[in-house]
Design a protein around this ligand. Structure first.
Ligand SMILES: [Fe+2]
Length: 289
């Protein structure tokens, strides 16, 4: 086993070398990646020329793939990728960039808000793995914010205040903050709010972290305006530059992150150009409340 991990940010993020994720992997390699995730929370693998099947196979080493249903407004007949692959490109089925007014495109713009994948699900995601197939020449960076470091840096009285708070998360909250307020009755049921703890404890390391996401739109037992101000304040704190790593994509980068301890967002880019990014998502194993 030749795997090595080098930390590339002062508080988190490891760059992995000596591993071909296409495999076959030995159990020690899988364990080394898991341990790297526990420690660095974001791992970067360069030059991984994956097919979708190979990406799914590598992902399954870390748990079952999440059922993507209920996570988007794209109709099954409009999907570009097979079941198991989350399409976070700007492309339609015809392989061309979506029209400016496309509802699918507007909904996907929500990925530019700080979030944790699937925090709108009763059992939220464990890891996400994002493979860069076609990257943009300018813009389109993905930024990651370390919610453990952000939690550690909170004042003791704030930690005590938020300790037992429970938030309500929904895709309608994140998209609603962009003015996307029209949903069918079916979508309203699909996107009904779920509850998540505001402070999480990592099951392996025991480290605590803020569980923030633009999907959070309320706090149980708190007036909405007050809740949203608190969430906004915490998000501002948690996304200060010292907690943020900026990933500038190269083709065939694979980046893997732990949604239980990270937030992330995509930055703006020229949407006339194709951006083909494909995600696999590892399901979580328990609710947070
Ligand atoms: Fe995401």
């Amino acid at each position: 086993m030749n795997i090595a991990i080098r930390q590339i940010h002062p508080v988190f993020v490891g760059e992995v070398s000596g591993l071909d994720v296409i495999g076959p992997l030995v159990p020690e390699e899988v364990a080394a990646v898991e341990a790297g995730m526990d420690r660095y929370a974001v791992l970067v693998f360069h030059d991984q020329k994956l097919t979708d099947e190979q990406q799914m196979a590598f992902s399954r080493h870390f748990g079952a793939l999440e059922d993507a249903r209920g996570g988007n407004i794209t109709r099954p007949e409009d999907k570009r990728l097979q079941v198991g692959m989350n399409d976070v490109s700007n492309l339609g089925r015809d392989g061309r960039p979506l029209d400016r007014e496309s509802r699918q495109r507007l909904f996907n713009l929500g990925n530019m808000l700080w979030h944790s994948d699937s925090s709108f699900r009763p059992i939220p995601a464990k890891y996400s793995l994002l493979s860069a197939r076609v990257v943009n020449l300018a813009g389109g960076n993905t930024e990651f914010a370390d919610m453990r470091a952000a939690y550690d840096a909170l004042e003791a009285d704030i930690k005590a205040q938020i300790e037992d708070l429970v938030c309500e998360h929904s895709l309608m909250y994140s998209r609603g903050s962009l003015g996307l307020l029209d949903y069918s009755e079916e979508e309203r049921v699909m996107f009904r709010p779920v509850r998540q703890r505001l402070v999480r404890t990592h099951p392996v390391t025991g480290r605590r972290s803020l569980y923030l996401s633009s999907h959070a739109g309320g706090i149980v037992g708190m007036p909405m305006a007050e809740a949203r101000l608190l969430l906004r304040d915490l998000t501002e704190h948690a996304t200060q530059p010292q907690f943020v790593y900026v990933h500038r994509w190269r083709p065939w980068d694979l980046v893997m992150w732990d949604n239980r301890q990270m937030m992330h967002r995509v930055r703006r880019y020229d949407e006339h150009q194709p951006r083909d990014m494909r995600r696999t998502t590892i399901a979580g194993d328990a609710p947070t409340v």
